[in-house]
Write a protein that binds this ligand. Structure first.
Ligand SMILES: [Zn+2]
Length: 217
């Protein structure tokens, strides 16, 4: 039987929100400093394209290059801080059961799918745009993104390619807000490369807030 991961209970936190995002669907939310968003890859090998923005200054948005430079690594793992345009620590990967999340592969788009696969398709770029326009943002706010559960190994000769993900059913990533943030995801609809195992599937997004014990402040 295939391995199935069970995400641990977050002690001292209570869940305040949970939603299943269909394959090809999108979702966005605001998180206060200290809140955690957990993404669960329900069936495995499902890329979750992710962007985050400083709520206090939306131009201070996720910056892949800053994040890789500060981590001295191209892969995102437990402890990796997601830095903003202005070098602000926006979020941190508190925990994950899946290694080496990607931030160099970017998102799929109707144009890229057409030149690569000859198909005009739904895309993560369209999903990001859908979520951002709800918040009076536009295409200029879409930047190089994080791809949770997506594998893009870099080879010694510099070669890179979207490869089969190690993510299995139930794998999770917990991302904590280091400041108040806006987050947006696209549950990737890609069928023509291994980003989603050629079979896009649903994921679950959950939000956790620190539990306040009675009588304490
Ligand atoms: Zn995609």
């Amino acid at each position: 039987m295939a391995r199935r991961t069970q995400a641990p209970i977050l002690k001292g936190y209570r869940q305040t929100f949970s939603v299943i995002v269909d394959p090809g669907g999108s979702w966005s939310a605001t998180l206060a400093k200290g809140e955690i968003v957990r993404f669960v890859d329900l069936e495995g090998q499902q890329a979750v394209d992710f962007l985050c923005y400083n709520s206090a200054n939306l131009t201070d948005r996720y910056n892949a290059a800053n994040t890789m430079k500060m981590a001295a690594n191209v892969y995102l793992n437990k402890g990796t801080i997601l830095y903003g345009e202005l070098a602000t620590p926006l979020m941190v990967l508190r925990d994950t059961s899946c290694p080496n999340h990607d931030t160099i592969g970017g998102c799929c788009s109707v144009e890229m799918n057409f030149i690569r696969y000859g198909r005009r398709t739904h895309s993560c770029r369209a999903n990001f745009l859908h979520e951002l326009t709800k918040r009076n943002m536009d295409a200029a706010d879409i930047v190089a993104n994080v791809n949770f559960f997506m594998s893009v190994p870099v080879l010694p000769d510099g070669g890179m390619a979207i490869s089969e993900s190690p993510s299995r059913a139930g794998d999770y990533v917990d991302v904590e807000a280091c400041t108040d943030v806006l987050i947006a995801i696209s549950n990737c609809p890609q069928k023509y490369n291994p980003a989603c195992g050629y079979n896009p599937t649903p994921i679950r997004a959950e939000i956790y807030r620190k539990a306040v014990r009675p009588g304490r402040k």
